[in-house]
Design a protein around this ligand. Structure first.
Ligand code: C5P
Length: 309
């Protein structure tokens, strides 16, 4: 059987680091938002006497990614079969559009896409694969949910979906063509003071309220935050350059996503997003006008539940 899945990327509208676990992982208070920049994954799978997995990667961002068992999508397929006690022939074709090392969760979304696709093919419940997703990577579980906005706590695996109205801002992403290492950034950070964490966590709750109610952009602006900016901007000059270019054309409503390197701005309309994209034509960086991503399965889920209720 074949399935094709769109694997959306994410940005962090808010990210505070609230603690550190003995295993070195950091506790976060974050707001993830899925966007309609993404990869396309084609999966072919059928049960067979022995497991055989193959992977092909194409697309503008796929050139230097190895097609080996070390790839997260390969690991996701292998571990899915192990959890189900199945053996199968699986072929994965990943068409890569999301840059890697970009703070956009592209690899994590692809791995979640494999789990979701295989659940569809082998008739399994995706929620049974949340622990496996968390073992694959801290950002994988969020992509198993159909929701656009999710509050993330713990290391990012404690997730609360945030409902939001249809009318929302648009975004412009700027990828400065450098990769940032997530472990490298987390490795050099020191925890903020307890009072600062408390104040910021309250700010996250305010932002969630703003998203939930679809308030105007002026309400979003003072609430966007990313703790990791102070560990990236002074050291990775292309990221600083990207944010400096984006700020004046977006009324300063811009931030870095995750541990970088992508920065994003929020703007009012589609036309505004194209205007900002045009204004940034001169910089030698990748600029993407995008929207928040609404999953079709989420729409079905909501319709079903609305018609029942
Ligand atoms: O889980 P993932 O593979 O995405 O994380 C990559 C690295 O980033 C981890 O090995 C860890 O060093 C760091 N990290 C962290 N705290 C998180 C997420 C990631 O310290 N919540």
């Amino acid at each position: 059987m074949n399935v094709t899945r769109f694997c959306p990327a994410k940005v962090n509208l808010f990210l505070e680091v609230t603690g550190k676990r003995p295993n070195g992982y950091h506790e976060l208070a974050t707001l993830f938002a899925k966007i309609d920049l993404g990869d396309t994954l084609h999966i072919t799978a059928e049960e067979s006497a022995k497991t055989h997995i193959s992977l092909r990667i194409t697309g503008p961002q796929g050139k230097h990614i190895p097609c080996s068992p070390q790839n997260l999508v390969w690991k996701a397929a292998q571990q899915f079969l192990e959890q189900c006690g199945l053996t199968a022939r699986i072929h994965l074709h990943l068409d890569k559009h999301v840059p890697t090392g970009a703070g956009l969760g592209g690899g994590s979304s692809d791995a979640a896409g494999v789990l979701l696709g295989l659940c569809e093919i082998f008739n399994k419940n995706p929620l049974d694969f949340l622990p496996l997703a968390a073992r694959l990577g801290a950002d994988v579980p969020l992509f198993l949910y159909p929701d656009t906005f999710l509050k993330g706590e713990g290391i990012g695996e404690k997730l609360t979906p945030i409902p939001a109205p249809q009318a929302l801002p648009q975004l412009v992403l700027v990828y400065p063509q450098v990769a940032v290492s997530t472990p490298g950034i987390f490795g050099k950070m020191t925890l903020p003071a307890a009072e600062e964490i408390l104040t910021n966590v309250a700010k996250l709750d305010k932002l969630i309220n703003v998203v939930r109610n679809g308030l105007p952009l002026t309400a979003w602006k003072p609430l966007l935050f990313n703790r990791l900016e102070e560990y990236v901007l002074p050291f990775v000059s292309p990221v600083k350059k990207a944010l400096t270019a984006l700020a004046p054309v977006s009324n300063g409503i811009c931030r870095m996503s995750g541990s970088g390197s992508t920065v994003f701005a929020l703007v009012g309309t589609n036309q505004d997003a194209w205007n900002v994209t045009k204004a940034l034509q001169h910089i030698k960086m990748l600029v993407y006008p995008v929207s928040f991503y609404r999953s079709p399965s989420h729409a079905n889920y909501r319709n079903k539940n609305t018609s029942r209720g």
